[in-house]
Design a protein around this ligand. Structure first.
Ligand code: NAD
Length: 265
């Protein structure tokens, strides 16, 4: 559609240096989550008038630097909300039912039923961090599975949560202490970075399972790897990573960890 009104160049897989080299020629740029539009890029873009983010989070764009230059930053917050919520449920269920590892085992010619006994979601408590668009859709879907729902989100009213059948708690610690599953649906900001770290893992129930389809860095990956190692955390399902693509560290060798390459969008 844009091609009808403007000259459009599609440049996938630009390195940061390539981006710096070419950005000066453009009036508008559209990015997904991987391309960083930081202050240096903005300083090299004298013609730029608008930065479009095809998706939700702005964490890859220096909005303050853009605003100082009068550059508009726009996003498409509803564009992948359902996909992200459904992907969260897919990961939650895949982790609870040991689907990836059972699938690999059977395809390798083994029939190991007793090794892959799953856990039920029914009757378990799901703690949701961030009760926005995706957190709410996930909570509604988890309710259909018979889960008890808790949420931590200081910007949401207790009434709004109660209407959805969700108990709003006052602290992250309460989520950690009371949940069997924890799903993270926060934006990545200075407030939310590493919201789940070693201190929070120490408060969690033994055998807790963690899902992150929001942003890498909301969970401290080293602390998570340690908690998996000690068995405090029984499983993790991750669609997003500190660094993408991630370095395959010890978590990737752990059968209790289910990973997908940022497919929520
Ligand atoms: P949203 O803005 O609708 O919801 C975020 C919620 O977090 C809000 O209700 C807000 O009040 C709450 N929040 C903000 N700061 C908080 C804090 N300090 N403590 C507790 N709660 C806080 O966003 P959304 O559309 O639901 O997206 C959630 C996350 O999912 C974002 O990080 C987004 O980038 C990510 N996302 C990932 C994919 C993917 O491909 N994996 C796809 C879409 C969205």
């Amino acid at each position: 559609m844009l091609r009808g009104v403007a000259t459009v160049d599609v440049k996938l897989d630009l390195s940061p240096q390539n981006l710096l080299d070419v950005i000066g020629g453009y009036d508008a740029v559209i990015v997904r989550s991987a391309t960083k539009i930081d202050a240096e890029v903005i300083d090299n873009a004298p013609r730029l008038k608008v930065i479009g983010r095809a998706g939700t989070g702005f964490d890859n764009i220096d909005v303050d630097a853009a605003t100082r230059k009068g550059i508009l930053v726009v996003n498409a917050p509803e564009s992948n909300t359902l996909a992200a919520a459904e992907h969260t449920m897919a990961l939650l269920l895949a982790m609870a039912r040991n689907i990836p590892v059972a699938n690999a085992s059977l395809k390798a010619g083994r029939w190991e039923r007793s090794l892959f006994v799953g856990v039920e979601l029914h009757g378990k408590t799901l703690g949701v961090l961030g009760l926005g668009r995706i957190g709410t859709l996930v909570a509604q879907r988890a309710a259909a599975f018979g889960m008890r729902l808790l949420a931590y989100d200081p910007y949401v009213s207790r009434n709004r949560a109660a209407q959805l059948g969700i108990e709003l708690v006052e602290t992250v610690d309460q989520i950690c202490q009371q949940s069997d599953f924890i799903s993270v649906h926060l934006p990545k900001t200075s407030e939310t970075k590493a919201m789940l770290g070693a201190q929070q893992f120490s408060l969690m129930r033994p055998g807790v399972r963690i899902v992150n389809v929001a942003r890498g860095g909301l969970i401290d990956e080293v602390a998570l790897a340690d908690a998996l190692q000690t068995g405090k955390v029984a499983g993790a399902a991750l669609d997003v990573f500190d660094q993408e693509p991630p370095d395959p560290g010890p978590m990737f060798d752990n059968e209790a960890v289910v990973v997908t390459p940022h497919l929520g969008a």
